[in-house]
Design a protein around this ligand. Structure first.
Ligand code: SF4
Length: 430
């Protein structure tokens, strides 16, 4: 019997209990490198991850991009391991990262030949902290089962967790054919889309159960079911979460470029995260030509921070501007302050614990400016058209100084720095 026959569409749903951290109860999975461990699931904060787009055979270029993603806040980074040459370079990438004091765990992304690469390159198997396995890309029938078993045996041997990641673009054809056949025998057949969604969930869970039968700890399994449409993703993950307690990796695959990719990812993930579903997220943005790969990390952080699930960097509240705005000064100030705050975070996060929760308001005129600024930890209300050319500053809800002249931006930044030092600086006790 194939592993995918061992679970049918009527698997009992589990009661969905949201724990103290606002997440559904899932098993904890540790993803380790050296003395560093990232917990996925088990009530841990939602983990941000990303993926490189460098050629893995270019070890230095890949290590540099991994470092950039980690510095932007990616807590795990996935790299493609698609050829013997790529597998050969994985230990060199790891060593280069260790030399740069970058302890972020590396996840190997395998398709088609992962069983061979992990067997033939044991140093690659050891250097990776987690393996991504796509059961839909491992051949068919007995060959698929053997290849899957080989990868799980290696994960057991090296004590590595795996993500069993099914994707609707590479769904197990035999399973899908069987599901369509079963569906045709229903008195009221389901729509084809519903059959596909069910097949994704069944594929993920049945392969996870098979991995357990092969000896992998249930605390070493993360699941994902990637689709590229928002409503499909929501439905599939709600179903998946109700039918298992493995931690879930969320992401809308092939989300797209620019605002479309960000909006579609946010729309899907926000619904699920709000329901406590999802233990780690990746935003699959297509970078603009020459664009920054780390954008996907920032978007993931902003989704989590906007929803109040995690805090990564102080947030700037800024009004959109309108006909009352006399100039672009406030837009530039809002942009400069947000960029400045983000640049400081690698140092500030250790030096000023809690600073990531700070709110800064930059407002364009007197209509909402003072009110919004009072609600922020620190805020500035710039003058609109016809208003007196002065910018009152509010600290902890109280109006403090009023800035005037050409150096408002620099003076406001100095006020922010002073506030951070006073409020978040470690108190030295005698
Ligand atoms: S705060 Fe003033 S400038 Fe900003 S959107 Fe409102 S009315 Fe317009």
């Amino acid at each position: 019997m194939s592993s995918t026959d061992s679970l049918d569409s009527s698997t009992q749903a589990r009661p969905l209990a949201v724990g103290a951290a606002g997440r559904l109860n899932t098993r904890p999975v540790q993803v380790r490198w050296g003395g560093h461990s990232v917990q996925v699931g088990g009530g841990a904060p939602v983990v941000v991850q990303s993926m490189t787009n460098t050629d893995t055979t270019q070890a230095i270029a890949t290590a540099i991009q991994v470092k950039e993603l980690a510095q932007a806040g990616s807590e795990m980074v996935r790299i493609t391991v698609n050829t013997p040459e790529a597998a050969q370079e994985v230990p060199a990438i790891r060593e280069q990262l260790d030399r740069m004091n970058v302890s972020v765990p590396l996840v190997g992304d395998f398709h088609y030949n992962g069983h061979k690469l992990l067997t033939q390159y044991p140093e690659c198997a050891q250097a990776l902290s987690k393996y991504r396995i796509n059961p839909g890309n491992m051949g068919g029938g007995k060959k698929r089962d053997d290849n899957f078993a080989q990868m799980i045996e290696i994960a057991c041997r090296y004590d590595k967790p795996v993500r069993i990641g099914v994707n609707w673009g590479s769904l197990d054809h035999e399973l899908m054919a069987r599901k369509m056949d079963e569906n045709s025998k229903r008195s009221t057949p389901w729509p084809a889309q519903a059959v596909m969604r069910d097949a994704l969930v069944v594929s993920a869970i049945s392969n996870a159960r098979r991995a357990e039968e092969l000896g992998l700890s249930p605390n070493g399994i993360v699941l994902s079911c990637k689709v590229s449409h928002v409503q499909d993703l929501i439905t599939v993950y709600q179903d998946l979460a109700s039918r298992c307690d493995y931690p879930l990796h969320l992401g809308l695959t092939e989300a797209g470029m620019g605002s479309k990719g960000i909006v579609a990812s946010t729309a899907a993930l926000a619904v699920l995260l709000q329901q406590g579903i999802g233990d780690t997220i990746r935003i699959s943005l297509t970078p603009e030509p020459g664009g920054d790969r780390a954008r996907e990390v920032i978007v993931a952080q902003e989704i989590l921070q906007s929803m109040g699930l995690r805090a990564f960097t102080p947030m700037v509240v800024a009004c959109p501007g309108c006909g009352r705005t006399s100039s672009t000064v406030f837009q530039e100030l809002a942009d400069d302050i947000q960029a400045y705050l983000r640049r400081q975070m690698p140092v500030w996060k250790d030096k000023y614990p809690g600073v990531e929760t700070m709110n800064v308001a930059v407002m364009g005129c007197v209509v909402n400016g003072p009110g919004e600024s009072r609600h922020a930890d620190i805020g500035i209300s710039l003058p609109g058209t016809g208003e007196i050319p002065s910018a009152p500053v509010f600290v902890d809800g109280e109006r403090t100084v009023t800035l005037k002249g050409d150096a408002i931006a620099q003076e406001f930044q100095a006020i922010v720095e002073d506030y951070v030092e006073r409020r978040y600086g470690r108190k030295v006790t005698a």
